[in-house]
Design a protein around this ligand. Structure first.
Ligand code: GDP
Length: 454
């Protein structure tokens, strides 16, 4: 994950501070230096780091803190708040409303599509964005106004067809303004409430392409312009983002490829510096690997504190409404039976990448579904479910693993037509998950981004 190294460095620095016998100016100074170094190494803009440094020093004035104050907690909170401030650029210039037609124009840097790194991932992101809203009951539509890159229309068409989203484009027409206008008009007539216009990628040095983008902007009068930026862009991010913003009034940003190994700090800090908030992040090539970006939960996760609100969002996405209160109740009581595991497997298989969900649980890595092995993991989960189909109600509803005697395991293996070793594997997996979920016992589910409850 992008920024994992940065998160690790900051967490370690905080841990060292926590282990220091007393908190004095020297310990605080070392902590601030370590954090600044880690941010610069992750490509965060120099000025942003300098501001953060002086802000923490200003907020944490050790002389003013009376004895008895928990200095460690105050420092930790100040670091957390400053990281949030760095990433927080307020609200997007426009928030689409369901049922009210609106036009969103996607802009971004040019990619060759031969080199993975150069493509911002704009076309893929248009479809992910449309798919995200479609799942929530909107009527999105895609318009391909990228007449520059050969194959752009085919790519959009393929993505849109897969996601069952209406699309518009042309193989013959070379004027992007004309296509954009025709597409927007058509989908307005068809009462689509989220019309997405994909444009060609470009660089700030290319005046003619910038002018063309401006013309599409003038003609379609989008309600929102989204700048798509690859997380690996580094320090160049600031100038590029600013150039786009000045030309077409960028109102929001999406950072893609957050699943890669890029340093990421450039993209994140530059967008904050241009005052356009990040609204989503791309976390993989799959259509569902797309997450709402919320600053506080993101920083919580970055520092290894988990992301309860993201986790709750995912639960709400996949668990049927009528089952949600019951599940939350059971989890807060620390009850985790094989039946709950079965039901959650059912729900989670519906949404695709389970790893995304588990990585949000504090202290839990996505062992069950490691990245790149999703197919194998899904097959494994289905096998587990077949075995659970051979269990009795008593076995499924018990919270006592001791009832699983050898004769019961043999019966389950026979019933499911699987070797005994797999039944044992499945029960080990259950015990591991039960341990993790057991940590939720008595936990007050925190409100969005409330670190103090963690
Ligand atoms: P464009 O040229 O900027 O429109 O970029 P494309 O949408 O064609 O994407 C370029 C490549 O990046 C494709 O292989 C996409 O599947 C991939 N891609 C896009 N977003 C993500 C992401 O969030 N994570 C990963 N791993 N790949 C992505």
């Amino acid at each position: 994950m992008v920024l994992a190294e940065l998160g690790g460095s900051i967490s370690r620095a905080l841990q060292r501070m926590n282990n220091a016998p007393t908190i004095d100016e020297k310990v605080l100074g070392e902590l601030i230096n370590e954090i600044a170094r880690a941010l610069l190494q992750a490509d965060v803009d120099f000025k942003v780091v300098a501001d953060m440094r002086s802000n923490i020093k200003k907020i944490v004035n050790l002389d003013d803190l009376a004895a008895g104050h928990n200095k460690r907690k105050i420092i930790q909170q100040a670091v957390f708040n400053e990281l949030c401030k760095m990433l927080d650029a307020g609200k997007p210039s426009y928030t689409p409303k369901k049922g009210k037609p609106s036009v969103t124009m996607f802009v971004g840097l040019q990619g060759s599509c031969i080199c993975w790194v150069q493509c911002s991932g704009k076309t893929t992101t248009c479809t992910k964005y449309a798919h995200y809203y479609q799942k929530k009951g909107w009527k999105p539509a895609l318009v391909c106004a990228d007449t520059f890159r050969a194959g752009a229309f085919d790519q959009l068409k393929q993505n849109a067809t897969k996601a069952k989203i209406p699309f518009y484009g042309s193989y013959m027409e070379s004027d992007p303004v004309k296509i954009a206008l025709e597409g927007v008009e058509r989908f307005k007539e068809e009462n689509c409430d989220l019309i997405i216009v994909d444009t060609s990628g470009r660089h700030k040095q290319e005046a003619a392409l910038f002018e063309e983008m401006r013309q599409v902007y003038e003609a379609t009068k989008p309600d929102l312009v989204i700048f798509v930026m690859d997380s690996s862009i580094g320090q160049a991010a600031f100038n590029q983002a600013q150039a786009f913003k000045q030309s077409v009034s960028v109102g929001a940003v999406i950072v893609t490829k957050m699943d890669g190994h890029a340093k990421g700090g450039g993209a994140l800090s530059a967008v904050a510096a241009t005052k356009s908030p990040i609204i989503f992040i791309g976390t993989g090539e799959h259509m569902d690997e797309f997450e709402v970006f919320d600053v506080k939960p993101f920083v919580s996760r970055l520092l290894g504190m988990g992301d309860w609100s993201g986790f709750m969002d995912k639960i709400q996405d996949v668990v049927p409404m009528d089952q949600q209160p019951e599940l939350l109740q059971k989890l807060s009581e620390g009850q985790f039976t094989l039946r709950i595991m079965y039901e959650q497997f059912q729900n989670l298989l519906k949404m695709g990448p389970i790893g995304q969900v588990f990585s949000m649980i504090p202290g839990f890595s996505s062992e069950l579904m490691p990245k790149g092995h999703e197919k194998e993991s899904q097959a494994k989960i289905k096998r587990y479910m077949t075995m659970m189909d051979s269990m009795t109600n008593e076995e499924l509803d018990s919270t006592n693993p001791k009832i699983m005697t050898e004769s019961r395991m043999m019966r389950i293996a026979r019933g499911a037509g699987r070797p005994m070793i797999e039944v044992m594997d499945m029960l080990d997996e259950y015990k591991r998950l039960a341990k993790v979920w057991g940590k939720m016992k008595g936990l007050k589910i925190p409100k969005r981004g409330d670190m103090s409850a963690l």
